[in-house]
Design a protein around this ligand. Structure first.
Ligand code: COA
Length: 403
């Protein structure tokens, strides 16, 4: 049935808030209680006790791995980290000065060209592809960044964990235990988040039975907006600006007065604290003295208090992920790419889940445009518009000159 009207009458839900659009056994956000579950496990427990590889296994298989299964996944990821020389060349030859996310979007799309078995559409092949993309995204992101700085990319190491290897490929140094821990926690907390904008984009593309590369490319595109994944970069810019200004109250009041969004605050689903932000803040506070970014965590806390005083908004995960990544020496232009690397686990799992029980995702609109327009051939339209211009000129000329 066609629908028309102003939306409210016809049940349009702007931004699809609270619309249930898929069954999923992956992430579950309890916005009232401030809880986040991955396949029934509290994401905070995974961040506290587990590792990113375990989280990836959980999302892809729906259960935690046994030691042997985890070892096998680690070995597989280590093997898959290397990318084809042709992709390195592509990174090198990208025109202009693409941002980290632009380079990642293009090269994740291009990964399909190096798929070892492109004709195999089986579930097993898609599972292998999901792991391969998760393993290769950090290589692409760090290689691009280093090339942009005029430095040689650092080849991945297969003896390091996913987090430690990511850090190593950027800095050329194996991170300390504390640094690895912080990065691993950030990656786990960003790995999955139910039907957020980028995951929805991923599932829409997968629902057409397009391939996993196309689906994740769409996810990267959606994540790159400042209302979604790019908020972490904006948070860091704000921290630097506030630090320079030296007056948090003034900054927040001016921003709110001008109806500007304060990045890293608010959430569509959480009506209370985002548990990822709460946990990350606590972990950073406990480990802060071992990390160089301690100043930024303290400043973030002060901003949090002032924003709450004026607007009662809670910080979201980006608000603490930004100072954490900055403290680890990641350039802020790369923050969203790090987020994309982490979220590739959830995206890949959602693609598999969509394929397992697929129906084309195809909502409808509430039509608000004109109706019953009579088509006027181009020549007549031209004539009509020149007549109306002529009439307008004549009318203007017949006006008495302004005094
Ligand atoms: N700063 C200032 N005001 C904010 C805000 C923020 N970060 N987030 C929400 N609000 C305000 C809106 O201005 C609006 O106020 P109003 O009712 O007085 O007009 C109200 O809260 C509701 O906002 P709305 O845009 O309808 O909520 P949403 O569910 O669509 O937005 C976000 C969710 C995440 C897009 C929004 O909170 C935001 O823009 N946050 C900043 C970007 C960010 O951190 N994104 C990462 C999310 S993990």
């Amino acid at each position: 049935m066609a629908k028309e009207g102003n939306g409210q009458e016809t049940g349009v839900v702007r931004g699809l808030g609270d619309v249930v659009a898929a069954n999923s056994r992956l992430g579950c956000v309890d916005g009232e209680q401030g809880k986040l579950w991955y396949c029934g496990y509290d994401a905070i427990d995974l961040a506290r006790e587990g590792c990113y590889e375990e989280t990836l296994y959980l999302l892809l298989h729906g259960k935690l791995p046994a030691a042997q299964q985890l070892d096998a996944l680690r070995r597989e990821m280590g093997r898959q980290r290397h990318i084809a020389p042709a992709l390195m060349q592509l990174l090198h030859s990208l025109p202009g000065a693409p941002t980290s996310m632009e380079a990642l979007r293009t090269t994740v799309s291009a990964l399909s060209a190096t798929d070892p078995s492109p004709l195999d559409k089986s579930r097993q092949a898609n599972l292998r592809r999901a792991i391969r993309i998760v393993a290769q995204m950090p290589t692409l992101a760090t290689a691009h960044w280093r090339m942009r700085q005029g430095e040689q990319p650092i080849p991945p190491r297969d003896d390091l964990s996913h987090a430690a290897n990511l850090y190593y490929m950027l800095h050329g140094r194996v991170p300390s235990e504390a640094e690895t821990r912080i990065l691993d926690m950030c990656l786990i907390l960003m790995a999955e988040h139910e039907l957020n904008a980028s995951t929805f984009a991923v599932r829409v593309v997968a629902s057409t039975l397009s391939d996993i590369y196309a689906s994740l490319t769409a996810g990267i595109g959606a994540l790159n907006g400042p209302l979604h994944g790019a908020a972490n970069t904006e948070v860091m810019k704000m921290l630097l600006e506030v630090d320079h200004l030296g007056d948090i109250d003034e900054y927040v009041q001016v921003a709110l007065g001008a109806k500007r969004r304060i990045m890293g605050f608010g959430h569509r689903v959480y009506k209370t604290s985002d548990p990822r932000a709460v946990f990350l803040r606590q972990a950073l506070t406990e480990m802060g003295s071992q990390l160089p970014g301690v100043h930024w965590f303290r400043l973030a806390d002060q901003i949090r208090d002032v924003v709450f005083k004026y607007k009662q908004l809670y910080p979201n995960v980006d608000f603490y992920a930004a100072p954490a990544l900055y403290g680890l020496g990641f350039p802020m232009e790369m923050f969203t790419s790090i987020f994309a690397c982490a979220r590739s686990a959830g995206w890949g799992a959602h693609v598999l889940e969509q394929y397992d029980d697929n129906r084309l995702i195809r909502p409808t609109t509430c039509y608000t445009g004109a109706r019953q327009q009579a088509y006027v051939p181009l020549a007549q339209r031209e004539r009509r518009s020149s007549i109306s211009v002529g009439v307008a000129v004549e009318a203007a000329e017949s006006q008495p000159p302004a005094a």
